[in-house]
Write a protein that binds this ligand. Structure first.
Ligand code: CA
Length: 516
């Protein structure tokens, strides 16, 4: 499939000739893609909800005010590195080969940035990509090794490693991105600038300047902070991501070990040693502490967004640049008593997506079409007027941005999580979601045929507390969604057998994808 070139409706912007598509009257847009790690929609003010009154994200909110907020953007596999592999390839995990965080990523395969580059775009990646090996298809890249560090981070480039002593990672990422924008950019070519933050990934270590933020604030709790998983199956009962039992005092909450000497946490550690809360009070204290550290980390990300928007203004680029903000997946902010991600339940399955594109996106609009991270690669190519390979699995959301959802837009999504056994002990599962009903199949379980099914009606049960899979009133709906799941698996070419459980532990490079 080759989409038509994206042409602006009004001419008159005078820029150098070769930023124009041949024969077109107006320049192709620049794309700024700002991507964070684990930034939940619940902690973005523009999405409303229980934390909105805390005003946690003024700059990201400004993007929504000046552009479009997507309320139903989802991922295909809610975990860091596989989500990034999908971002670059436009394919679900079973086709790009990156099933879990441990797999090697095959950089030789087709990726959108290689195509953009061939079609005259400057392509740049700065920050966290969390994929081993040398990046391909970028004119310039400077990335964190693996997870990277919050303080004194190292960055790697094709030339080697650079150490930033005394610096905070979110600030360095912004500095390096702006350094490229202001000093290294070829002003005669359009660009794709990807700014990928490490924050707010665990262990939520904020910048010094944000430690006093929310100091005297009581963060509202979710109603299901003390969820007992009644009606849910073994997967929900057997996970290891509870604030109560699995969030630790040392690494996560920073009141034990070397942290007690750290000026950022010394006062907290002293309070904890003196007061030693227990039982429900301990869970409530852990929740408050976790939420505050998380939102302090997202402050630095939000400041980064503000600095980037300001730089675009100063460079005269705002009018012809689409700015998009998203995260590699959602995250639990105490819902179900959890932190982390992985499950197909809403808080981690869904991810934020906000876009601003002056003159093209109507300001202050909200889209509720079913969008998925397989769509991002095709969207970037479509924006650039570049050809979209037929084996990419998403759909360009450019028509949605312009307020014109195609009549045949998708009406269901496919999901598949693989990393078990693994961190947080979330069972392997796949499922289908049609915007109201959600069907989940956990497999490899300790039951006769190894399968446990769950079914939710999000309209009546938005927090997914009531698994209806054995409710006869829903038998018809369940059968319909089982059929839909089968159809989606065929459509997306999902193998009948998932990879073996040890898959990914081997450090061998996965097979290169077949070239067309
Ligand atoms: Ca992540």
């Amino acid at each position: 499939m080759i989409t038509g070139r994206q042409l602006c409706s009004t001419a008159a912007i005078v820029v150098a000739l070769n930023v124009f598509v041949a024969g077109a009257a107006t320049p192709r847009p620049n794309i700024v893609w700002i991507f964070s790690d684990d930034h939940s929609y619940q902690t973005i003010g523009a999405y409303g909800g229980r934390l909105q009154s805390l005003n946690p994200s003024p700059n990201i909110d400004s993007l929504a005010r000046d552009g479009m907020r997507f309320d139903r953007c989802y991922v295909g596999n809610s975990i860091c590195a596989p989500s990034r592999a999908t971002l670059l390839t436009g394919k679900h995990s079973h086709l790009n080969g990156k099933y879990d965080n441990r797999d090697a990523f095959n950089h030789d395969q087709q990726q959108f940035q290689k195509i953009l580059q061939k079609h005259g775009y400057q392509t740049v990646m700065v920050g966290k990509i969390h994929l081993n090996g040398m990046m391909q298809g970028f004119d310039y890249w400077e990335v964190l090794p693996g997870q990277g560090k919050y303080y004194n981070p190292d960055f790697i480039t094709e030339e080697g490693k650079t150490h930033y002593e005394g610096r905070y990672v979110s600030d360095v990422i912004t500095d390096r991105a702006l350094n490229w924008l202001e000093n290294k950019r070829d002003v005669d070519k359009p660009f794709m600038l990807m700014v990928h933050h490490k924050a707010p990934h665990r262990n939520w270590d904020p910048a010094d300047r944000h430690m006093s933020k929310y100091a005297d604030v009581e963060i509202p709790e979710p109603a299901n902070l003390f969820d007992d998983y009644t009606t849910r199956g073994e997967a929900a009962h057997g996970q290891a991501m509870e604030i109560d039992r699995h969030m630790n005092l040392r690494h996560d909450l920073k009141v034990e070990g070397h942290w007690v000497e750290n000026p950022r946490f010394a006062e907290r550690a002293k309070w904890f040693a003196e007061n030693k809360p227990t039982g429900r009070e301990l869970v409530k204290w852990k929740y408050q502490t976790y939420m505050k550290d998380f939102m302090r980390c997202t402050w630095a990300v939000d400041e980064s967004v503000g600095r980037i928007l300001k730089a675009l203004d100063e460079q005269g680029l705002s009018d012809n640049t689409i700015v998009m903000y998203s995260s590699d997946q959602g995250f639990y902010m105490g819902e179900h008593g959890w932190f982390d991600k992985r499950f197909m339940y809403e808080e981690s399955f869904r991810t934020p997506l906000i876009a601003r594109w002056p003159g093209k996106i109507k300001t202050g609009t909200v889209n509720d079409d079913l969008v998925q991270n397989i769509d991002f690669a095709e969207t970037f190519l479509d924006l650039a007027g570049a050809p979209i390979p037929g084996d990419m699995q998403g759909k360009s959301i450019v028509p949605l941005l312009k307020g014109k959802t195609p009549r045949n837009w998708r009406d269901s999504l496919y999901y598949h999580y693989y990393e078990y056994p693994g961190a947080h002990s979330v069972r392997r599962h796949e499922g289908a979601f049609n915007g109201r009903y959600k069907l989940i199949r956990f497999y490899g379980m300790n039951v006769p045929n190894g399968e446990e099914w769950e079914f939710y009606d999000l309209k009546n049960d938005p927090t997914e507390m009531n698994n209806l899979v054995n409710n006869p009133e829903y038998a018809g709906r369940i059968a319909e969604l089982k059929k839909e799941l089968k159809k989606l698996k065929k459509q997306y070419r999902v193998p009948n057998e998932p990879p073996p459980q040890q898959q990914g532990r081997k450090k061998t490079q996965s097979k290169p994808a077949k070239r067309k």
